[in-house]
Design a protein around this ligand. Sequence first.
Ligand SMILES: Cc1ncc(C[n+]2csc(CCOP(=O)(O)OP(=O)(O)O)c2C)c(N)n1
Length: 558
Amino acid sequence: MTRRCADLLIDCLVAHGVPRVFCVPGESFLSVLDALHQRDEIATITCRHESGAALMALTHAKLTAAAGVAFVSRGPGATNASIGVHLAEQDATPLVLFVGHVPRHEIGRSAFQEVDYAKTFADLAKWVAVVHEAERLPEIIAQAFAIALSPTPGPVIVVLPEDVLDEPTTAAVVAPRPMLGIGNAPTMAAAIAPLLAAAERPLLVVGGAFASADARAVLQRSAEALHLPVVLTFKRQDQFPNRHPLYGGHLGFKIAPDQVALYEEADLVLAVGTRLGEVSTQGYRFPRAPQPRQTLVHVHDDPQVPGRVIAAHHPVLADPVAFLAELGAIEAAAVLPAVSGTRDKWIKHVHGYVSARRPWQPPADGALDMGAVVAALGECLDEDAVLITDAGNFSGWLHRHFAFSGRHQLVGAVGGAMGLAMPAAVATGLLYPQRQVVTMVGDGGFLMTGSELATAIQYGVPVKVFVCNNASFGTIRMHQERSYPGRNHGTDLHNPDFAALARAYGATGLRIEHAADALPVTREALACPGAVVVEVMCALEHISAFSTITDLRRAARS
Ligand SMILES: Cc1ncc(C[n+]2csc(CCOP(=O)(O)OP(=O)(O)O)c2C)c(N)n1
């Protein structure tokens, strides 16, 4: 059958199970938009900025484990989208970014908005492919999805010269490539089981491989069967119920030194489905690089990961979820004879530490901080709500004080990019129209990509946005107060009236001015059927969930 290459492209996306694409339109892929116009299997979500489109696609991928798909225009469109490409690499998230390109006869002539994508994305993407002939398109798309999804998942760029898209072709769709199974989980689990039996103070450190509901169930079953305290890596705090007696905490940004010291007491660390990145390891201090203090078993399905930065005594190449399922299923008698009073004391010690530090205390000076909102959310949120955080200090109150149920989902940038919160809320709301979607963002982050509130309104997505207005790029102010106390420069913000701005977009705008408003206004926001922005007038003095500006200055000067 002869058809345009652009129509074949849509057939390929349908074959790969893509339900929606996020885009900012460009003249370089008009025929793709035209092809989408004729099809109802794929929804097109028109965004206001390519960073928003890429971050929405990334969020779709985070929540479904399928590759997210975005279409952007050449040159400026592609470079605007690059934050999503970078984050997909940092967060191990499968993303396929299609970029419209100049026609083939203009390539290499410095044509209007021409970019060499292989050079531009060389350090960010797993693969950059240019479709030079329509006949090769199906093969390239099958490869693109396979590469994006294979361990470690990440971003792939597919470049579409404008004239190729218009070409007639008889090429057939290439079916999605079956994923390579890493099949030695049973053998590896049997080899590792005796180590667990011998350990007195083990810790199970778990990464993003356990995001899905099925994987969480495996995690909980196995942790219980093996009597292992569970510590979650950065932004993965939602994957295990935080009130469970085996919950051992979250390796978030610069956790308290005594918490790191507590983890250091472990005699065995079983790290599963995590790359043990810089933030989760507290700057490669736990487990310590290059040589950990305790026995390290590092399980991953990417052969480049186990033992690469931190020497694992037992690097294990296996599917993390299958491995933990096998380990949990090993006859309890074979693993647990050594589980002793010492192990039980250890479990209580770790869980006791994190539980004791969870409750939020209102600041003694009566000021408003994000803790009041987090406490209110703890009272009113559904058990399966999705919580989203942008990058910034305001998120520290959520990590420190909120008890994730195990069914809650958390979406955040492991790679720390600001600007995720609003686009992520749109993508989440499109996926889960029946669930509460609550997104938290600073005044800095909101004005980076907050214009995607227009996208939420356009598609009827009832997101609830809590903006922490502390009139500052607060995280950086905190670093300044540590290094240059009292000499803040370049971090103050003069903000618009966010509640009024929300109303101008067509959302409901609310404001929390005092701690006492937090609960009633949060309830009001959640009860509201449409999109809501709640401006939270936070005191800058309470610069983080752990310190005040006064404390920082005192410590810096002493
Ligand atoms: C895209 C991007 N630009 C800059 C930074 C550096 N950065 C990290 S946190 C931060 C300030 C965040 O300010 P805000 O959103 O107001 O939240 P707050 O820290 O005040 O809670 C900045 C600028 C970043 N992480 N990402």
